[in-house]
Design a protein around this ligand. Structure first.
Ligand code: 5CA
Length: 159
């Protein structure tokens, strides 16, 4: 099973296993590049899709991973004030450098370095949510509680 995962999706599957979780990464024929597309591909609400967004702290140049419900937009002012430092959306190169993955497939775990992680409280409204798994057509499903376990993320209001 899953012997045909592409290398980036396989990397995520391995990270999940190493963290002690059984979640099955699946690669779909359809694109899951955006939250809308992922929701359509797996047949769930867009709110159940986990967007793994990388922000950059403007002063200390750190990467912050914000896991956002697919329908929400990050309020940068609000998150900045909770971090005590302004943030901005990272560019594609910074994302690749910090995570080892390309935009559209960035997973919530398995990054090159351990990232400080914030989790949108709205994701806790659903029993099952879906996250990207390394490529623009790879995903896996889990509960919001397990998302907190695998990421060590802190729940906040982001929108
Ligand atoms: N696979 C899907 C759903 S699981 C996914 O990865 N969605 S995502 O929202 O986490 O990733 C796409 C996000 O990347 C977009 O919402 C957008 O915020 C960001 N993005 C897209 N293009 C760029 C770009 N050129 N520079 C910086 N960020 C970008």
């Amino acid at each position: 099973m899953n012997s045909q995962l592409s290398p980036s999706a396989e990397k995520v599957q391995r990270s999940l296993k190493e963290a002690g979780f059984d979640f099955q990464v699946i690669e779909l024929p359809q694109t899951t590049r955006s939250a809308q597309e992922a929701a359509r591909a797996v047949g769930c609400l867009v709110e159940q899709i986990v967007k793994s967004l990388i922000f950059r702290t403007k002063e200390s140049n750190r990467a912050i991973l914000i896991l956002v419900s697919g329908a929400n937009r990050v309020n940068e002012i609000k998150v900045s004030s909770s971090l005590g430092e302004p943030i901005e959306k990272a560019d594609a190169e910074f994302v690749r450098e910090k995570t080892g993955f390309s935009i559209g497939g960035v997973p919530p775990l398995g990054h090159r370095e351990k990232l400080e992680t914030l989790v949108d409280e709205d994701l806790l409204n659903y029993e099952v949510i879906w996250a990207a798994a390394g490529t623009p057509n790879a995903v896996f499903s889990l509960s919001p509680q397990d998302l907190l376990k695998i990421t060590g993320g802190k729940v906040i209001s982001v929108k």
